[in-house]
Ligand binder design. Structure first.
Ligand code: FE
Ligand code: FE
Ligand code: ZN
Length: 281
């Protein structure tokens, strides 16, 4: 079995090089970070030297691909044109910055259609992606599978597929599967992971699956709540994660923990998941 590419969400406060060191200190081999303030939207000035240090360090340490996360406030399918405009500019700016960390992933929540309906939402998302994504860019943009809270778009594999199909730049897009979100959306990743992957393959194609968010869920299947729980402590339970990290179809993908933890808790979850995958401590 190869080593898992696993990590967690990290704060950008100390800069890029610092995040690299933190990754090593918790036994991780990838990480996620917000490209800008997750609830506001401001981005820090680019520190190219700092990013260069991280690039070198990642290569030396053999990190897997990073999975950057767009801010939650970015809604490409809002009913308000100024919100859509901001979202497009934020994503374009993020992708430009990501060119300084080439070859990684940029994950985003497709959006909330508010009361416009999923069809309109999907249309607006496709329009935005076609405008923002540059052919040949060094970053693969990933749509995240959503829990279906409120008017979220991306609550089913079918909705994600319609975005991939409807977007001219669709070939440059991938999907990030969040275990809490798909469970809350109704997919039984606890009892039937392979059945869910078959379904993903049938509707979207497993070749599009590029990364995983590993989260347990505070709620029963189909609850559409989106409340993350620590690994093994929620409705999914530890056996479900043992199945994920040993499933040959997905065990080599970058896995990001977004569980309610501090660094120590993440380090413990990473060690536990590595043990479940059969890695030597
Ligand atoms: Fe997310
Ligand atoms: Fe997630
Ligand atoms: Zn979530």
């Amino acid at each position: 079995m190869p080593r898992l590419t696993i990590g967690c969400h990290l704060s950008t406060t100390g800069g890029y090089a610092k995040m690299g060191e933190t990754v090593t200190s918790i036994g991780a081999t990838t990480f996620a970070f917000f490209t800008r303030n997750p609830r506001g939207g401001n981005a820090k000035a680019l520190d190219l030297d700092d990013m260069a240090v991280l690039r070198t360090y990642m290569a030396e340490q053999g990190f897997g691909k990073l999975v950057a996360h767009a801010p939650y406030t970015m809604n490409l399918c809002s009913a308000k044109p100024d919100v859509v405009d901001f979202a497009r500019r934020a994503m374009a700016g993020d992708l430009e910055r990501m060119e300084s960390l080439p070859g990684n992933y940029y994950n985003f929540h497709p959006g909330n259609h508010v009361k416009q309906g999923a069809d309109k939402g999907i249309e607006l998302i496709c329009e935005a992606l076609d405008e923002v994504i540059e052919s040949g860019q060094a970053t693969t943009v990933l749509l995240e599978t959503m829990a279906g809270k409120g008017t979220e778009v991306g609550r089913s594999f079918e909705e994600l597929e319609r975005i991939l199909e409807g977007c001219k730049k669709g070939d440059e897009l991938g999907v990030c599967l969040d275990t809490c979100h798909v469970w809350d959306a109704g997919y039984d990743v606890r009892e039937d992971l392979d059945g869910v992957l078959d379904e993903f393959d049938r509707v979207i194609g497993l070749g599009r699956l590029k990364a995983l968010h590993l989260n347990d869920s505070k709620n029963p299947r189909g609850s559409h709540k989106d409340r993350h729980e620590k690994i093994g402590k929620g409705h999914l339970g530890m056996d479900a994660f043992a199945a994920v990290v040993t499933n040959p179809r997905i065990c080599e993908l970058p896995m990001i923990l977004e569980t309610p933890n501090e660094l120590e808790g993440y380090a413990a979850e990473i060690a536990q998941l590595r043990a479940l995958a059969g890695e030597e401590a």
